[in-house]
Design a binder for this molecule. Sequence first.
Ligand code: ADP
Ligand code: GLC
Length: 487
Amino acid sequence: MKILFLSPEVAPFAKVGGLGDVGSALPRQLAALDHDVRVFLPLYPRVEEKLEEVESVLPQLDFRLGPRSIRCAILRSRLPDSSCDLYLIQCPELYAWPEIYDRPDEHLRFAAFSWASLLAAKALDFAPDIVHVNDWTTGLTPLILRAQFGEDPHLGRARSVLTIHNLGHQGTFEAGVLPETGLGGSPELFHGNELQQGRVSYLLTGLLYAHAITTVSPTYAKEIQTPEQGHRLDTVLRARSDVLVGILNGIDEEEWDPSRDPHLPTPYDADRLDHKEASKAALLAGSGLLHDPRIPVIGMCSRLVYQKGIDLCMEVLPGLLARHRFQLVVLGQGEPKYERFFKELQQRFRGRVEFDPGFSERKAHLVEAGADMFLMPSRYEPCGLNQMYSLRYGTLPIVHATGGLADTVWDYDDEVAPGGTGFRFVSFDSTGLAWAIERALKVWGSGHGADRERWRQIQRNGMKLPFGWRHRVGRYVELYEKLLRAA
Ligand code: ADP
Ligand code: GLC
């Protein structure tokens, strides 16, 4: 199949969170199955810094978005370790900023992303069977495809797939931006109620027009159809439930593999779990904390935002640190109030807590390997990749049982389904979180002897699970094939 794939983040070139990982791993996996996949990404400065080989394939691509003329160029490179082509949209006026998101002309930057990708495919003589887009930033694409390219010899046959990675971000703008979407001549194609209320939403538009909608875990697919977790889009999602499916994300098994991870001092696997201690020592040394193998380390690596349940950490962690023996290493950046909290926690519990507000691939790997437990108390979590990395690294996840976390972590104490891999709490409140952490600390126990053996068993339960993309990609291929059969 010929697949045009649009993502605002593609690791290692541009990554803010898990979308960057998926935006890179899924197309590479599809290309490995011999599909012809072309990935499109805006050329942000951070991408330019990392590109090694790059060629110009379309020196000039001009189009209009209402009153605005857009001039861009298309460059081509490769995704690492893959035959998959990466196309970069060079338009300094729109994309040459240090940040990927939250610019004042966001509506224009991402409307242009959709238009430029489709126009470039056509100009480059690429006729995709599938146009697969991701999140609100690409949400206008299915409508543009239908309204503007319905009869086009290159694009007219293409079926569109929209993947929701996070319903919390919808790309909602004042209706006044409509002309600059390039679709201003057809306001009737936008959601009527929204327009009446003076808004346009890119994600909602995508949900209305995509031939298929996917999201990144089966549980999240159900949750977003409820008023509680539908972020005001549950009605539309229920109306489109016949084309909505949850496909669990995979992880990049090559990059996240403790037996050959170049970021770790000593490799390890399920049969050499003692070697994990070297990573713990390295993590703690790098964090300025003392290393005692008997004291458990809880790790976190996360965007520090509302979604991630940091409010609960604020309620619970100071008390737990006062009552129990454990250390905490946090890598993350985000909202100032959360960063301030962890900074203060570090000051208050010197030698036991380290907070690193940086963004570091290396340290992310070291936290996964060096911690004994990994904390992810997310309020909601479409999929979550970190808990799967943790499972692979023998680091027991402590999670709120929501979305993809509920689909990937089995509770140690579950009598119905024995063979647990971590610790879950169901009710999203401070009691729930404290209960889960205290259970984990209790199972850790003395950290040696019989306690250690029991811990090892839970680690092994998680380490043998198949989380790689090769176990997942087939679901996307089946979906694409189904769409093409129905076309
Ligand atoms: P989300 O996409 O909601 O942020 P995920 O768990 O799906 O959550 O993915 C987060 C990804 O971002 C992981 O690969 C994680 O390692 C990475 N990450 C988050 N914060 C940092 C950081 N400060 N430094 C390095 N990597 C980070
Ligand atoms: C989003 C979600 C996260 C998911 C990632 C990749 O950022 O918050 O749960 O794992 O996308 O799909």
